[in-house]
Design a protein around this ligand. Structure first.
Ligand code: GLN
Length: 259
């Protein structure tokens, strides 16, 4: 059976500050290497709800407060209902840093402005301006959510990334953390959690590009998207991920992480 996938990419021009577009490239390649046809749908300010509904997987990257202020207006007015509906159906998503901050209850920007979020995730994010240091550096987490385990490629519980954020995220009780912080700040530098998972949507502070160094998460997103689209499990062909795991393990070694 010939299978295909459409990746909806939220605001590529406004939200791809730290190389997050690499996640889209990585997903596309991993599909093409398996003979899965891929379409990339850039979701911009003028993209209609009907077009968005064609996505089987949604990706969002990071941005600064200025772009986030533009984006949240459009998300709230034109895209909130359709995105919520899709996530409820199980459509998977990956949101890095600035984009998930807009999917919680609110994001308080560095100058104290409160941007009301979409409340897809039960969390809030506050940026304390110059009163707290920015959270920057290589980071490693241990995956806490067993539903994210894949059978398709080698699986590791570690996740590596590079964080760079001023906002600090505090989880509510209706959302699960994505990972336990082994090295780095994670959501807020206090409670030891990194990111969040709700339905099949992952929020995290891992830039990278994240998926290039974490092929297990890339494959989980692809197989989940296929499962929802075709209403059955589709086995993904294993790929030679020697280089991907080398990049992953390099960070583990550099940061002295052994699991
Ligand atoms: N503006 C946000 C912050 O500093 C997001 C930054 C980012 O996406 N890396 O917290």
């Amino acid at each position: 059976m010939r299978v295909s996938l459409t990746i909806g990419w939220l605001y590529p021009d406004l939200m791809s500050t730290y190389g997050d577009r690499g996640n889209v490239i990585c997903l596309k390649k991993r599909c093409l290497w398996r003979d899965i046809t891929v379409g990339i749908l850039p979701i911009n300010l003028d993209t209609s709800r009907k077009e968005i509904l064609n996505s089987d997987l949604i990706i969002g990257g990071g941005a600064q407060d200025r772009q986030q202020t533009i984006v949240i207006k459009d998300l709230t007015a034109n895209k909130a209902t359709v995105l919520k509906k899709m996530f409820k159906r199980g459509i998977p998503g990956l949101f890095v840093c600035g984009s998930p901050q807009l999917l919680g209850h609110y994001y308080m920007t560095g100058d104290g402005t409160r941007l009301k979020g979409l409340s897809i995730f039960d969390f809030v994010t506050k940026h304390f301006g110059h009163n707290k240091p920015r959270c920057i550096g290589n980071t490693v987490g241990e995956m806490l959510n067993s539903k994210l385990e894949t059978r398709n490629s080698k699986f590791k519980k570690t996740i590596v990334g590079f964080e760079n954020h001023g906002g600090r995220t505090y989880l509510g009780k209706n959302v699960e953390p994505f990972a336990k912080v082994l090295v780095g700040y994670g959501n807020n530098g206090e409670d030891g959690f990194e990111g969040a998972v709700f339905q099949n949507v992952i929020a995290c502070y891992y830039h990278g590009p994240f998926l290039a160094k974490n092929p297990h998460i890339a494959d989980w997103l692809i197989s989940k998207a296929m499962e929802i689209k075709y209403t059955k499990m589709i086995e993904l062909e294993p790929l030679d991920d020697t280089l991907e795991w080398q990049a992953h393990d390099y960070i583990l070694k550099k940061l002295n992480v052994r699991l």
